[in-house]
Design a protein around this ligand. Structure first.
Ligand code: AMP
Length: 422
């Protein structure tokens, strides 16, 4: 039997209602904050990600699904959403429509990582991006949305950690300082981190190797070397978070695994996830739009892993549709059962999450009822000789087991009344 690829799980019908619930709640939440959805392709030119995420990052160096297509172009499955949103923002001149453009996206991302709980090779991210303003209040708004998500879904012990990773003014002298420090501890570093000393020294903070982690504990931190403007940006942000009553902790070790961040970097961790405990993370990226060929445009955003949100959330209601089954009591009424099902579908409002199925091909009434139970039917509509003669149907309530014969013309209003408890 052919199996799915490692780290690329199926999402089965039994689980999909929780996904739908989260997706629709998030869409409503983003709308509340004036964010509009953008859908970008799953495939982009490889160049987009090497230029934005950064050539020295784990994502670009070892995790991307990259291949040469039939035209000989190098293309990659998107490993994250921000780069594509920025590409689309530039390509379609979205900045012309508003001085602050608020966007959100949802969809699968691909990274060839070692699969474990909460870490997959295909995973779903939802993310938001606010492009156009450098004010700390926008960072606070974006963090507020992440915090609201944590609150709404009652994540297990959520912690919001924030840091500043500086900008081009303070980062270069700091990186030199960090490289000098790392050179003196070179022997203790893993092979990859030894290379990072010259290519991308801040990546050493993300290394999982225990000796590298020991070294980095004593390393100078960017937060302690911020320039005046970055520090002031951070202070205004924390004041705003205080005013919004959003609890946070300063974690000077956060550098994030992507190169494009400037100033604010943040993560929300939660319980119930094991070692992969970051539910959502993001930051400011003031240089990226320009780096990708657009006008200088400051921006900030975050991405959140849906699988991790679903693992850590404690209050997702499982809104399954209301199932109604139509059971022909004799084989000769199967066609009539299908026609009645179609009549109900055409008359029922389309926004009510009601499912109608006609149970054709069942061997006996008992087998039909068993089938209806398996489908968790709330009502079964029985169609036998009497009902056909009377142009009626017998509606059986599977919870109370009560049943009633109703004229077919009145069936829809009767069912809606029952469902709504009128
Ligand atoms: P990143 O794009 O790496 O900043 O990740 C943002 C969020 O996406 C993380 O906090 C996770 O919730 C989620 N995420 C990242 N990588 C994976 C993965 N391989 N599997 C599942 N979720 C992931």
């Amino acid at each position: 039997m052919i199996q799915s690829l490692k780290g690329m799980p199926d999402i089965l019908p039994k689980d999909i209602h929780r996904w739908h619930e989260v997706e629709s709640t998030l869409k409503n939440l983003f709308t509340l904050y004036s964010y509009e959805e953008i859908r970008t392709p799953l495939l982009e030119s490889t160049d987009l990600f090497s230029r934005s995420v950064g050539t020295g990052t784990d994502i670009v160096e070892k995790e991307m699904y990259t291949f040469v297509d039939r035209n000989g172009d190098s293309i990659s499955l998107r490993p994250e959403g921000t780069a594509s949103v920025v590409r689309a923002y530039n390509q379609h001149h979205l900045g012309h429509s508003a001085s602050l453009v608020r966007l959100y996206y949802m969809g699968p991302m691909f990274r060839h990582e070692r699969p474990q709980k909460g870490r997959y090779r295909q995973f779903f991210q939802v993310g938001i991006e606010a492009l156009g303003k450098s004010n700390s209040e926008v960072d606070a708004e974006v963090i507020n949305i992440l915090y609201d998500i944590g609150l709404h879904f009652k994540l297990e012990s959520p912690i919001l950690q924030i840091n500043s990773v500086g900008d081009y003014v303070c980062r270069t002298p700091y990186q030199n300082l960090l490289s000098q420090f790392l050179v003196t501890h070179q022997e203790a570093l893993c092979e990859t981190c030894q290379k990072r000393i010259t290519t991308n020294p801040m990546r050493v903070f993300d290394c999982k190797n225990s000796t590298c982690q020991e070294v980095i504990l004593a390393a100078p931190l960017i937060f302690d070397h911020l320039c005046k403007d970055c520090l002031s940006h951070f202070e205004i942000l924390t004041k705003q978070l205080d005013l919004l009553k959003i609890p946070y902790v300063l974690n000077k070790q956060i550098v994030r695994g992507l190169d494009y961040y400037t100033r604010t970097a943040f993560e929300m961790t939660a319980g119930g996830l094991g070692s992969q405990n970051a539910v959502g993370a993001g930051g400011r990226y003031d240089l990226l739009v320009e780096q990708c060929g657009g006008e200088p445009t400051p921006a900030v955003g975050f991405a959140l892993g849906m699988e991790r949100l679903l693992l850590s959330a404690t209050n997702i209601s499982d809104h399954k549709p209301i199932q109604i089954c139509i059971l022909p009591l004799q084989g000769e009424y199967e066609s009539k059962a299908s026609l009645l099902a179609q009549k109900l579908r055409s008359e029922l409002p389309k926004d009510r999450q009601i499912s109608i199925a006609s149970l054709v091909g069942t061997k006996s009434i008992k087998a039909g009822m068993r089938q209806a139970n398996k489908m968790s039917a709330r009502y079964v509509i029985l169609l036998g000789e009497n009902e056909v003669k009377n142009k009626s149907a017998t509606l059986k309530n599977m919870t109370t087991h009560g049943q009633q014969e109703i004229e077919q013309t009145k069936l829809v209003s009767f069912i809606l009344g029952e469902i709504d408890g009128k």
